[in-house]
Design a protein around this ligand. Structure first.
Ligand SMILES: [Mn+2]
Length: 317
C-alpha cells in the first residue's frame, strides 16, 4: 500500500498539504508541478489499497485520473476550491469541495482540522490573493501588523515560485519547497530560520525590475503591449507584470507577449474599467479564456502584426 500526496505547486497547494501532514505525518510520494500543471492525477498509477490525497487542482480536469484510481481500487481524498463538475459517487471517494469565491484549499483543510495549523492557512490565503479571507482567518490569532505583513509576503513569495512553464523555470521545485517548510509548525520560524523566503522575495523583485525596464511595444490611452524575451524569468514574471500594468492604467487594455522559439505566448487583459473583449480577440487567433482575461498559447511570429492590429482595433473605444 502506497500513499500519494498530489498538490498544486503554489502557496495554497503546498500549505494545504503541510497542514494535513503536520496533523497526520506519513511517508508519501509527492506529485506536483508548476501552477498551471493541473492534470496531476494522470501521473499516478495507483493500485488497490493505495491512498491518494489531492489538493488544489480542479476535479473537473482530473475526473479521468480520479475515476481510474477508484476503478483500480485506490482511496481518494480530494480537497479543492475550483469548479468541480459532478462528484464521483463512490464509497472510496471523499470530497471536500467548496467553490465559494472567498475560500481557498488551505482554508478548506483548516476547517477540516478545526483551525489547528491556522497560520499556514493564513499564508495560503494571502498567496491566493484572498486578502480579506486571510485577515479574517488570522483574527483569533491576534497577530500584530508586522507579523501579518510578513505572512502576507511569505504567501506571495511561495505563490510566485510556482509560475513558469515547467519546473526548470522555478527557483525551487515545489516538492523541495514543501520539504523545506515541512519541519515548521509556525511560518514565522520558517521565515527567520530558512533562507527560502529571502531568496524568493529578492528573486521576485529582481524579475519584476527586469520586466519594468523593458520599453512597451506601444502604448496609448486605449491599449499597450510589451514583449518579454524567451527566458525563464519572463515565464515567471509575465503574470505579475501584466497585473501591475493593468493596475497602473485601469482604462487601458494590455497584451503581454513572451517569445517562445518562433512563437509568442500571449496574455490579454481587457481594461479594468470595461472588462470585456479579451476572449473574442484571443479565440480569433486560436486561444481562449474569459471576457476580462484571455490568452493564446502559441501565436506564430508571422501572425504578430495581424494580432497587434486586431488587439488595437478591439479596444479602440
Ligand atoms: Mn488555490
Amino acid at each position: 500500500m502506497k500513499f500519494y500526496d498530489i498538490f498544486n505547486g503554489d502557496a495554497d497547494g503546498i500549505c494545504a498539504l503541510h497542514q494535513l501532514r503536520l496533523d497526520t505525518p506519513r511517508e508519501s510520494e509527492l506529485v506536483t508541478g508548476v501552477k498551471r500543471d493541473t492534470l496531476l492525477t494522470e501521473r499516478v498509477a495507483a493500485r488497490a489499497g493505495d491512498c491518494l490525497t489531492v489538493l488544489d487542482i480542479s476535479l473537473r480536469a482530473n475526473a479521468r485520473g480520479v475515476e481510474r484510481a477508484l476503478a483500480d481500487g485506490a482511496e481518494v481524498h480530494y480537497f479543492d476550491h475550483h469548479f468541480a463538475g459532478e462528484l464521483p459517487q463512490h464509497p472510496r471517494f471523499h470530497g471536500y469541495i467548496d467553490t465559494a469565491h472567498d475560500v481557498c484549499t488551505s482554508l478548506i483543510v483548516d476547517r477540516h482540522l478545526s483551525g489547528k495549523f491556522r497560520l499556514w492557512a493564513v499564508v495560503a490565503a494571502f498567496g491566493d490573493n484572498l486578502v480579506e479571507s486571510a485577515i479574517r482567518a488570522a483574527q483569533p490569532l491576534q497577530l500584530d501588523h508586522t507579523e501579518l505583513a510578513r505572512l502576507h509576503e511569505l504567501g506571495e513569495a511561495l505563490n510566485y515560485n510556482a509560475y513558469g512553464e515547467t519546473v526548470d523555470d522555478l527557483h525551487y521545485h515545489p516538492a523541495d519547497l514543501y520539504r523545506a517548510l515541512a519541519p515548521y509548525r509556525d511560518p514565522r520560524h520558517f521565515i527567520y530560520d530558512e533562507p527560502v523566503f529571502e531568496v524568493l522575495k529578492h528573486a521576485g523583485a529582481e524579475d519584476l525590475a527586469r520586466a519594468e525596464e523593458l520599453p512597451l511595444l506601444f502604448a496609448d490611452e486605449h491599449a499597450a503591449a510589451v514583449v518579454l524575451p524567451d527566458a525563464a524569468w519572463s515565464r515567471r514574471v509575465n503574470g505579475v507584470h501584466g497585473n501591475r500594468l493593468a493596475q497602473s492604467a485601469p482604462g487601458r487594455a494590455h497584451a503581454v507577449l513572451v517569445a517562445r522559439g518562433d512563437c509568442y505566448v500571449i496574455s490579454v487583459r481587457a481594461p479594468r474599467s470595461r472588462p470585456q473583449g479579451a476572449e473574442a480577440l484571443c479565440s480569433a487567433f486560436g486561444g481562449g479564456g474569459r471576457e476580462a482575461a484571455a490568452g493564446i498559447n502559441a501565436l506564430p511570429a508571422a501572425e504578430l502584426d495581424s494580432f497587434l492590429a486586431a488587439f488595437r482595433a478591439a479596444f479602440r473605444h
